[in-house]
Design a protein around this ligand. Structure first.
Ligand SMILES: [Zn+2]
Length: 467
């Protein structure tokens, strides 16, 4: 039976279906505060029966009644990726939880061991509901829009779980055949053929996949792919990639931030390129290297609390591995007043670049190629990657579009400018090589990162200590 036909599931979903999209504008400050406080209290009561949380709360003498609302969240201990991995499966669900009603979703493990958590039907469907907010952000009818999702639809991965559990049942609320799901690692020709046949209004995928499609669009292979809006996730899109894609499709592209653990969109970029946080569904904090919460507007490591759902609760979880700068209240030109990520997602914590003089950069802020390409107003680079090979040696690889090689600024000029900008950033101690390559390979089932560092963290720490 379709679980949506069960009134205990279908009715709350339907109520949310109408109330969730505009809640950010409908609720005033007080009402939102009450809503968030109540959601947190509910989730803490639930977590108190989940061994991994229970043990930590007992050790600190914390009882559910001690947590009256979001302001008390700082009293709660942090939960790490390691905690979840070590306690899976029985320690991350309530005692007596009916596992047959849950679904296991795992992360890719791109920064260490994969994390697996339990999600259930109501939790997954609530996560999908958040997506309806996109319709308000980008002005389309969520019931009719044709969406192509190009992700990682492998067994046990969140895309696949959502697809199998929810999307196959959701046609009660949407026109059928309005969703196309594909794996990002299928041959790009097959992806393009399917997109041409499907003619999506919206495409959601990784930035690099969209850039590949944009490349073929420029070459005239995608005549029937004319979306109204594009959305990317997985990692932040740099300015060059954004411009390249927007130029090809003549359509705007926006970032979205989600994860397996969040089971929904934590943040969506609005028309004014502000990263609004869905703070009725999540509470986000940022902390420094010593696990101390940083002040508003200061950059830190993300700590997230999922304010809804069951299965494995996510409360003050530090495993998302991303740098963020949170502004707690921001009045945006789009009309929304919400907390925001000031500079979007600023890169993976595990991917960082340490220079000989001790400076440390999140990988994403070390990306300078796109600055040069934007300044030169050229689209002849189809892909690029910066590799820190040794602490004092950088290699920047560029793939050139052969058909427009001789148009606009010369390849030599581009190489020269890229070399210079990195030299200026890194100082004289670092050797910088820029070279042309035929292709940049992606790791298995994952998009290729823009910046890679092969410098071991321990080596980096040594340098930090000696400075
Ligand atoms: Zn906005």
């Amino acid at each position: 039976m379709n679980p949506f036909l069960n009134p205990l599931i279908g009715l709350p979903f339907l109520k949310n279906y109408f109330s969730v999209p505009n809640r950010l504008t409908r609720f005033n400050k007080k009402k939102m505060q009450d809503f968030r406080d109540k959601s947190l209290r509910k989730i803490i009561r639930y977590a108190y029966n989940v061994p991994v949380y229970q043990k930590k709360y007992h050790a600190l003498g914390i009882k559910p009644d001690d947590i009256k609302g979001i302001n008390d969240i700082v009293k709660l201990p942090l939960i790490t990726k390691k905690d979840i991995i070590e306690n899976f499966p029985d320690g991350v669900i309530p005692v007596g939880y009916d596992k047959s009603k849950g679904y296991v979703a795992s992360t890719s493990g791109s920064s260490g061991k994969p994390v697996s958590i339990y999600l259930d039907f109501p939790t997954l469907s609530t996560g999908v509901l958040l997506f309806t907010r996109n319709g308000l952000f980008y002005n389309y009818n969520i019931r009719k829009v044709k969406i192509a999702s190009i992700g990682t639809f492998l067994e046990g991965r969140i895309d696949r779980v959502v697809d199998d559990v929810i999307m196959s049942k959701i046609n009660l609320f949407r026109k059928s055949n309005s969703v196309l799901s594909m794996n990002a690692f299928e041959p790009i020709k097959d992806i393009i053929k399917n997109l041409n046949d499907f003619q999506p209004d919206m495409i959601y995928t990784y930035p690099i996949i969209l850039q590949h499609i944009a490349y073929f669009k420029k070459k005239g292979y995608c005549d029937k792919i004319n979306p109204k809006v594009l959305q990317v996730g997985g990692y932040s899109m740099d300015k060059y990639t954004r411009d390249y894609i927007e130029d090809a499709f003549e359509c705007k592209v926006f970032n979205v931030y989600q994860s397996v653990e969040s089971c929904g969109d934590v943040s969506i970029e609005c028309n004014h390129h502000t990263w609004h946080i869905n703070y009725d569904f999540y509470n986000v904090e940022a902390m420094d290297e010593n696990n101390k919460i940083v002040g508003p507007g200061e950059k830190g490591h993300m700590v997230i609390t999922r304010l809804f759902g069951q299965g494995t609760p996510i409360i003050r979880y530090t495993g998302m591995d991303d740098w963020v700068t949170i502004i707690p209240e921001y009045e945006c030109e789009c009309g929304l007043i919400t907390p925001i990520f000031k500079n979007g997602i600023e890169g993976r914590i595990s991917a960082r670049v340490i220079l000989p003089d001790g400076r440390v950069y999140p990988a994403a802020s070390f990306e300078l190629v796109s600055l040069v390409l934007t300044e030169l107003k050229t689209f002849k680079v189809t892909q690029f990657q910066t590799i820190q090979k040794k602490i004092d040696e950088l290699e920047i690889n560029l793939v050139i579009d052969d058909e427009i090689r001789d148009l606009g600024p010369s390849v030599d000029l581009i190489f020269d400018k890229v070399r210079k900008i990195y030299k200026e950033k890194c100082g004289p101690k670092v050797k910088v090589t820029v070279k042309e390559v035929k292709e940049i390979k992606s790791p298995k089932n994952k998009p290729a990162p823009l910046v890679i560092s092969k410098v071991k963290l321990e080596e980096g720490y040594k340098i930090l200590e000696s400075n």
